[in-house]
Design a protein around this ligand. Structure first.
Ligand code: FAD
Length: 306
């Protein structure tokens, strides 16, 4: 990993951890550290920090890592993690929910339910932050973040704070035009009037369905590959005989074969190599080259045990 000299990292009111662990909190629980793990105190703090930061230093936001493989060599530069002060939620007129970028999807969905706002129930099933959902255009059950987002507030890499209407985010399937190095610090979502009991029942249904079909208690990264147009990635993976396939300490989930698992001692290289094996087997079997949905970040260090 490149070594930054101390003067290139400006001071901030939050915290800066050199070599801060990402494996401690990301869902896969493996991979290398951040060169600098930064937790800003508030938007002004983040903005001042980024405007003073050497433009050559890469900046990468992370949420709770429910869609991340962090490579074993770690992440050069600054990794931004939004602390609890960025997790506030407020209900606004017109069935709107304003959420900090660090607020969890389930908390946003629950606040909407309590306020009688329907349409945000799907966020109950996505175990990431509002910022991650805006960036990934996270979705489930036929709805996605683009359907409910009114606008998002970003702190750009140079420290400027801007509020972008959803239309400017160039949404498509699991993709947005959130610029590289920009941090989503707030999102304004809109729903429609609904009945609290009915919304709650739908959220319970989603939770039960997830529990039955996904390895929720495992070290995983969610859906590994995007669904190709008109197809389901899991079906292609199953048909190619990859269910349960292992490499080093990593395995294709038996329960849902578009999920990869860290069985306990997997390196990030094991997990990524297993994903590439799956892609190759699916290509050979069906002619479809699956596209990664999981974001792979950081540097390799060649430590695969497989
Ligand atoms: C059990 C399980 C089930 C899942 N089910 C679904 C599902 O049904 N549908 C679905 O779409 N996804 C699903 N996922 C994947 C994942 O939850 C989503 O992609 C989620 O939006 C990621 O949020 P996160 O905060 O964990 O982001 P991370 O995984 O930490 O990061 C993902 C990407 O978003 C960027 N990012 C994170 N926070 C910010 C921010 N504040 N500003 C700018 N960029 C940011 C990161 O740089 C990275 O590129 C599932 C994952 C798991 C583990």
């Amino acid at each position: 990993m490149s070594t930054l000299t101390a003067p290139t990292i400006p001071l901030l009111n939050g915290s800066i951890a050199p070599g801060g662990s990402l494996a401690d909190f990301i869902w896969f629980r493996t991979g290398g550290p951040a060169e600098w793990l930064v937790r800003p105190k508030d938007v002004a703090d983040l903005s001042a920090f980024l405007s003073a930061l050497d433009p050559a230093v890469p900046v990468l936001p992370v949420g709770v890592g429910s869609n991340l493989i962090v490579r074993d060599g770690g992440v050069p530069g600054v990794v931004i993690r939004l602390p609890k002060s960025f997790a506030r939620i407020a209900i606004e007129p017109g069935e709107r929910v304003r959420a900090g970028g660090g607020a969890m999807g389930i908390t946003v969905a629950s606040a909407a339910r309590d306020a009688g706002i329907a349409g945000l129930e799907f966020l109950r099933g996505i175990p990431g932050t509002a910022g991650g959902a805006v960036r990934m255009n996270a979705g489930a059950y036929g709805r996605e973040t683009a359907d409910i987002l009114v606008e998002a507030t970003l702190v750009l890499r140079d420290g400027r704070v801007e509020t972008w209407p959803a239309a400017r985010l160039g949404y498509s399937y699991r993709h947005s035009a959130v610029p590289e190095g920009a941090i989503v610090v707030e999102a304004l979502f809109a729903g429609v009037p609904g009945d609290t009991a009915a919304i709650g029942a739908e959220m319970d249904r989603i939770a039960a369905e997830r529990e039955a079909s996904q390895p929720l208690r495992s070290r995983t990264g969610g859906s590994t590959f995007k669904n190709p147009p008109g197809e389901k990635a899991w079906r292609l993976i199953d048909a190619a005989g990859c269910r349960g396939l292992r490499h080093g300490g990593a395995q294709v989930s038996e329960k849902h074969c578009n999920f990869l698992l860290n069985l306990g001692d997997a390196t990030a290289a094991d997990i990524e190599a297993l994903g590439e094996m799956v892609r190759e087997r699916v290509r050979a079997h069906s002619g479809v080259m699956l596209e990664w949905e999981i974001q792979r970040i950081g540097q390799y260090d060649g430590a695969s045990s497989g």
